[in-house]
Unconditional design. Sequence first.
Length: 245
Amino acid sequence: MLNMAFEPVLSLIRRLQGTVSRYADFPIVQNREQMALLRELQKEMQKRDPLNIPFDQLDVVAIDLETTGFFPDKGDEIISIGAVKVSGKKVCDDQTFYSLVKHEKPLAEEIKILTGISYEQLKAAPPLPEVLHHFFHFIRDCILIAHHAGHEKNFLQRACWKSFRSPFPHRIVDISFLSRIAEPDLKHAELEEICACHAIPVVNRHHALGDALLAARVWSLYIEKVEKKGCRTLRELYERLAKSG
């Protein structure tokens, strides 16, 4: 079952299964340029097999989202997106993406305190479809990585369907997959705990770009560790995880 979960990008029809009924109430917000970009990215991703690319040659994009809560199905929304490119083990600090996302409702006080984002900033921010369009231009056909990626995956799937009536086309790899091999004792650790264990300075925590940069540095550290344990590609990593249960 684990191997099946990590097969290359599924066809559009299969990716749509289970999404139509949940999101049927959303209005369609799209234009030809946005849809053309999504189709182009889907074609690009179908042409390559990143599972067999050695980690030291693999280009990925570390991402992080700040949101109004934890439950997109209950109305919580993305309020900022941050991303940074990683080439092999090199974190490309000069290749980053960051944007706030328009939000018309008042923010909960704890979210304002946690993120430092104000209602006034979000009211003036670009709308979600526009932000996603620029985000797709930045990430192109790269694999995405995130710390405890289920959060990012759920919100991006819903956001993409809400904005374009299209499934989110990218593979998102959870960095905890690497930690299960590299450091089993830290596989459930929070991002700042992992950084503290490896003297990675924690800067701009709970800022989407700040957390994306931290995730990128943890990824770079972990791929070196899993390589030393015999996992040189994502496929070899997934096979090791499947054997270990």
